[in-house]
Design a protein around this ligand. Sequence first.
Ligand code: COS
Length: 382
Amino acid sequence: MALDPDIFAQLIDTVERFVKERLVPIEAEVAENDLIPAAVIEEMKDLGLFGISIPEKFGGLGLTNEEEVRLIMAFSRTSPAFRVCFGGNVGIGSQGIVLDGTDGQRDKYLPKLASGEFIASFALTEPEAGSDAASISTVARREGDFYVINGRKRFITNARNADIITVMARTGAADEKSGAISAFIVENAAPGLSFGKPEKKMGMQGTHICDVIFDDCRVPVENLIGGQEGIGFKTAMKVLDRGRMSVAAGSIGVAERLIEECVAYTKEREQFGKPIASFQLIQAMLADSQAESYAARTMVLDAASKKDQGESIISEAACCKMFASEMVGRVADRAVQIFGGAGYVADYPIERFYRDVRVYRIYEGTTQIQQLIIARELLKDS
Ligand code: COS
């Protein structure tokens, strides 16, 4: 159920102030140190950000889809790295349990995820299985009251500091595709679990990704999500539908921030004796960015409200993820162009945002995978 509009407006106001006063001033420092200060993460917990998508009865805010994307847009007018702190708890790390978990799994994990006491991560991708997610080769073999997991996951965000990881593994035959995949909750203390080295990335400093290695890793049978083998691929796909809306909303927040930076810069920077904002070729770039960002905002709000009305939004979520992530790539590129040399050097935030947003077109399904999903939904027999 939607929050009281006044309470929701207050929440957005608080988030906007937190972003402006607390996060924007430390963006450069976070990127430089590749670390988000622990005190800032605690403040995010106090704001309730880790539990926005978790139902109230488990201690979360239980926001509607529309409220959630509005909040993420407001929060994302800063380095995208900050959203990653709670992104797993709100999206792909927790939603498997919210959507398909047993009552026992929900009772055990959701309150801790909602408060931020536990950090959640999501492990689907493997060295040989990226876009073709159904081809994963990590195996979970039942042995009495345990599953024994063997395999390797790749590029897993927040894996090292996660308390639980939602892991997709094969419980059926190797030649069977999606119907042979199950999802597990793996706690960080599970025997046989280890991590690769943190990868050096193009952007998003302050967030870390690494391999997750399962070497006869033993997981109790009660941690099989939904208590049923073979439904894990569908769980992962449903979780990704939701995650893709978050990526789209995040793209819009960053685009709006970049447009704001561009407007301020063009009014202040003078060439040929006047502010560059007075030149129509500059205005055209500002206008294109504004129109595209507004289009993305409108489509994300529409898709979220459809979801709140109980409609399936598989195609809409893919459209939003594809359009918004490509949009912010273009907006960031124009921002570099508008700032010129100042957009290429690290004294201004533009070059950092340009690198940060590049991953939006890749993770949680590449643009090309979103195209496949949209076309599949269009062409399937009704
Ligand atoms: N919600 C519910 N069920 C879904 C679904 C969704 N969004 N998407 C697919 N399914 C179901 C299908 O209906 C099908 O069910 P049946 O077997 O009962 O018919 C099953 O899942 C398999 O679907 P499909 O045949 O479409 O699977 P494919 O192997 O063709 O793969 C893509 C589909 C390419 C879309 C999938 O592999 C994908 O999303 N890849 C990208 C992975 C990704 O985003 N990785 C990022 C990792 S997290 S950073």
